[in-house]
Design a protein around this ligand. Structure first.
Ligand code: CU
Length: 241
């Protein structure tokens, strides 16, 4: 969660190395940039608003779509909406997002090739109009349920993040061993070839970014998105023959 300082037009991009860190303390009055820094699962951030005003809150990881306006009213004011009204608005908004995400896989641009895969897709693609939904799957076609790809030995596979609002990773563990715990924001490691004996991690792929990996041994290799494997089951398999 980040809020801009006076005169600051836009939040820093997710690729800025400083955005991972907290900034500005725990009080916000509109004058100074504040940020929670990156929060992993279960993390919390508490911010006090001492001054009435209308403030925009940004998620730096899920720009530009994930934002919220907070209206801070004088302490004696009534709330402008009831909980029932807010719940109703939220429900219809969520239904529209899910419908848009279902349709987005039809945008898949790599039909007929096994070496060009998507790491997530959003209704606008990587550069299209803002959307609030993302399909958190590794895709080889418009079929979002197919998560296994078979390639010949020596193939170089390229994954591209076709979402415009969420980072993903392409991360292979060691074959036959439990998948390791790795911070999703960890930098790339392991190089550009994979044979099952050492971890290879793309690091975070932000919208439009790609990662390529050459398979130098036969086998069945599972890979994960470190952001979305536990919560969204964003896991897939490459079979090298
Ligand atoms: Cu992901």
């Amino acid at each position: 969660m980040s809020l801009l300082g006076a005169g600051q037009a836009t939040p820093p991009p997710a690729t800025d190395p400083n955005v991972a860190n907290p900034a500005g303390g725990n009080t916000y009055d509109g004058s100074t940039y504040v940020s929670s820094g990156f929060k992993l699962l279960g993390g919390t951030y508490r911010l006090r608003f001492p001054k009435p005003g209308t403030y925009t809150v940004y998620c730096l990881i899920h720009q530009p779509e994930m934002q919220l306006v907070i209206n801070v009213a004088p302490a004696t004011s009534l709330y402008p909406s009831t909980q029932a009204q807010l719940t109703s608005t939220g429900s219809s908004s969520a239904a529209a997002d899910i419908a848009a995400a279902k349709q987005s896989t039809a945008l898949f641009p790599y039909a007929g090739t096994a070496d060009q895969l998507a790491a997530g897709i959003a209704p606008g693609g990587a550069t299209g109009a803002p959307s609030t939904s993302t399909v958190m799957r590794f895709l080889d076609s418009s079929d979002a349920t197919n998560v296994t790809e078979t390639v010949p030995l020596g193939t170089t596979v390229t994954w591209t993040n076709l979402s415009n609002n969420a980072p993903h990773t392409v991360t292979f563990g060691i074959a036959g061993q439990p998948f390791p715990e790795i911070n999703p924001f960890a930098p790339p490691s392991g190089g550009s070839t994979y044979n099952g004996t050492a971890i290879v991690n793309s690091g975070p792929l932000f919208p439009g970014q790609s990662f390529s990996l050459t398979f130098t041994a036969r086998g069945t290799f599972q890979y994960h998105c470190l952001f979305h494997d536990d919560t969204e089951n964003m896991i897939a398999t490459i079979v090298v023959v």
